[in-house]
Design a protein around this ligand. Structure first.
Ligand SMILES: [Zn+2]
Length: 321
């Protein structure tokens, strides 16, 4: 169990981000490993942009008699600012050569949170959109299950019709549902939250414990609970190998200590939610393998924010990650 981690000094406060050119040189990695808990890979490529929303057809929107030939949402689960955004590949049937479509992202309560407009869509032609997880107001969408819904710009949603000639037992290849979450649990593998000394606020020599310890075997992969920009990556006597991430779309910073090896991520690099950042270790002042995890409120880590008790958050993320 960890004892006496002191926080890092404020000496990196105000450090200006290294621009994305470095990130671009590092290349695109991590998608598979983030999903499977594989090896740590340096990343830093910015997430791909979401598809543009588009605008309704300028003239009177038209569409033929529509059916859905195929539609596949993927992946089934993803994270805000994650390695993969929810995407939809679809193909419509229509008796008209061009069709003005609207594709909504609909939450579990049936409320449309974001809409995409696609004009002059041809039938029997694969198309796709990618949702960046933000609402029409530009905020991260709440955790939960969503569906894509394809409609003509005027009228009812497209029915899930079978292809002409398909047997009645052959369901159309349609899956429109997916889930998106704002945070990933940072340890991939078996873990627990230790005893009372592992908790936020537990006594340490000369101070109190500023985070929550997550007990796990050395070598298990760690992932970014929330993607964003790396604020600090280095070694400090008590913290050991130490990483701080400024969370995208939130005032929170997250801090990770005692990593087995220095994180391959460097300050200024972009990291995505759920992306590998290092391995559980016991470097620095750590009695046993664990992740020491901190959450700092806005404006952030040693920038005027304060650490808060991360346990309720960790428990919530643990339920779905
Ligand atoms: Zn600790």
């Amino acid at each position: 169990m960890a004892r006496r981690e002191t926080g890092a000094g404020p000496w990196l406060v105000g450090r200006i981000s290294i621009v994305a050119t470095i990130a671009l040189l590092v290349g695109l990695t991590g998608a598979a490993s983030a999903a499977t808990g594989g090896a740590v890979t340096p990343s830093g490529s910015p997430p791909p942009p979401g598809s543009p929303s588009g605008a309704p057809a300028a003239d009177a929107p038209t569409a033929g008699t529509l059916s859905l030939v195929s539609a596949q949402a993927a992946p089934r689960k993803s994270f805000y600012y994650g390695v993969r955004y929810p995407s939809l590949r679809y193909e419509i049937g229509s008796d008209q050569p061009t069709n003005d479509l609207r594709i909504d992202v609909v939450d579990a309560a049936g409320t449309t949170v974001q809409s995409f407009y696609r004009n002059d869509v041809a039938p029997n032609t694969p198309s796709s959109i990618r949702w960046d997880g933000t609402t029409a107001e530009g905020r991260p969408a709440p955790n939960g299950r969503y569906t894509f819904r394809i409609s003509p710009q005027v009228g009812e949603p497209v029915p899930l019709a079978r292809k002409r000639g398909a047997s009645s037992s052959e369901a159309p290849p349609v899956n429109l549902g997916f889930a998106i979450y704002g945070y990933a649990f940072p340890v991939l593998g078996t873990h627990d939250f230790g005893q009372s000394g592992a908790m936020f606020g537990a006594g340490r020599s000369g101070h109190t414990h500023q985070g929550q310890d997550v007990m796990a075997e050395c070598g298990l992969p760690l992932v970014a609970a929330r993607g964003g920009k790396v604020r600090y990556s280095g070694y400090q006597g008590s913290a050991g190998n130490y990483l701080v991430i400024d969370g995208k779309g939130t005032g929170f910073d997250t801090a990770y200590m005692h990593l087995q090896e220095p994180s391959p991520l460097q300050p200024g690099m972009t990291v995505r939610t759920g992306e590998p950042i290092g391995l559980v270790g016991d470097t620095g002042n750590a009695a046993g393998c664990h992740l020491h995890f901190e959450i700092w409120t806005a404006p952030g880590w040693y920038e005027g924010g304060t650490p808060l008790d991360p346990l309720p958050y960790l428990e919530r993320w643990d339920r779905y990650s």
